[in-house]
Design a protein around this ligand. Sequence first.
Ligand code: KIV
Length: 302
Amino acid sequence: MSQDNRSPEGTEAGYGVVSSPPSTARKPVTVPQIRARKGGTPLVMVTAYDATFARMLDEAAVDMLLVGDSLGMVVQGQSDTLGVTVDDIVYHCKAVARGARFAHIVGDMPFLSYQVTPEDALRNAGRIVAEGRAHAVKLEGGEAVAPAIAKIASAGIPVMAHVGLTPQAVHAMGGFRVQGREHEAAQRILADAIAVTEAGAYALVLEGIPGELAERITAEVSIPTIGIGAGVHCDGQVLVCYDLLGMTADLRPKFVKRYDDGFARVVAAASAFCDEVRARRFPADEHTFGVRPRPMPVTGTG
Ligand code: KIV
């Protein structure tokens, strides 16, 4: 479990921090609980990359936080996920682990951190769990990565698999395109889903595939499926936090529902700050520290 990093109200420097009382009713989400949700109440996974978002999403009672290599795009501003490193994932996992109290934390394995040899895969997965404090790792691919999944899982590290649209294969796919629309491609994805399940994965992300195929895979495999752009019949759903909050300016993929207009709201708040600073309306008296009054002189009576 991550350490509780909440500060007590007020510090020596006078920078007060308001913290909510610890929740006693909830317990940390575990791998056996996730497996037991197959066919039950859908699992909720959201990406998180820092402690503040992890804290908010944890408070919202998401089951799982994914420190996705999508951070290469939404945090680092790259055009794909290929440049993300194990060091990046470890760094962001540490931050998320400090912010979350109950959610199960999954660290994404970056491009080439698990494809070279199963030994290499285990070493990198071990860093994400030991240094990053993630509870599990996720990796992309099907039959080809089954030996890596088996190796990592045999060391006691839970592995979430990911088939269908696998963003690390963006060049092979010719872009971020829906996969498995044709019969043969759908059969290959089904075979991949079965292979990763047999290799020991505890859950499976299905990304960018037709709803009917996701429904078929969900019925065939014994582990929970977590969909993104894969329809309603999965055992759970995952979204990138910035997408669900409407914080991405230009990207509006069909599979994303925006639950807020975060981009416009942040721009409006920051514009209000700009206006108040320029008009000298901020900081006001209540935001300004004063000097302490001089202590009364002590008069002795002898
Ligand atoms: O990196 C990521 O955020 C992901 C999700 C989109 C499943 O892999």
